[in-house]
Design a binder for this molecule. Sequence first.
Ligand SMILES: Nc1ncnc2c1ncn2[C@@H]1O[C@H](COP(=O)(O)OP(=O)(O)OP(=O)(O)O)[C@@H](O)[C@H]1O
Ligand SMILES: [Mg+2]
Length: 258
Amino acid sequence: MSATTIAIANQKGGVGKTTTTINLGAALASFGIPTLLVDMDPQGNATSSLGIEKKAGAGVYEPLLAGKDLSSRVVATNEKNLWLIPSELDLAAAELELSSQDNYLINLRDSLHNLTQNYGLKAVLIDCPPTLGLLSMNSLCAADYLLITLQSEYLALEGLSQITKVIEQLKQSGANAGIQLGGIAMTMYDNRTRLSYEVWQEVNNHYPEEIFRTAIPRTVRLSEAPSFGKTIFQYDPNGVGAKAYLALAKEVQNRFFS
Ligand SMILES: Nc1ncnc2c1ncn2[C@@H]1O[C@H](COP(=O)(O)OP(=O)(O)OP(=O)(O)O)[C@@H](O)[C@H]1O
Ligand SMILES: [Mg+2]
């Protein structure tokens, strides 16, 4: 069976994409699912959150432009079953250069396909930048599913139509006919406020099939872990953040990997 690829995206910044990518990935890996994380954000937050250094020439930049083999870009993390293709300093330039290529949308898909086949990977999670430029488009073209993270706050749904429209366009144009909205994960949920609950309800009304039952709570531990280069399971394994990401990962496993 080939790998299931999930792009974690939202053009809105700071909504928990990266935190979700690494901790969801770590949880899936702990279930025994060989998982690859791909850091497609020039900011490189997923890379540094895992304690891995951004180095020139170490990421997808060259393979993305030249359709080259990705296997030399895969690095091990300190979690078993979890690998990373790091971001790199030049990734922002790829965004510009890609636009002059014929096959500018599908290079990542082709390279990832070969990689996952050769290495027996089962899950690929792509951390997208907070834009809908070509790096995100390549990620969405490589993905079977889009997973959107939404911050549990007023106007969370605003902007959602923009990204769901992009999905429709990718389908209709044939650029990625198979992509589906796979899920919506609510992040930074504050169960002391009525607002978080109301936002959850509102998203649930619009997307009852897609929303995950698990909302990720707002907890300072989740924001501290990256500065130690650790996942939440290494930094605070018994805390509410770890429990929530484990529960979310179980839902993801049931939805996509069972
Ligand atoms: N559940 C949470 N509780 C507390 N802080 C969180 C939580 N999730 C994320 N954060 C913090 O909020 C900030 C934004 O999160 P994150 O980097 O995951 O978002 P993002 O969508 O990837 O951002 P960007 O759009 O810049 O890539 C980070 O400082 C992160 O540590
Ligand atoms: Mg991010």
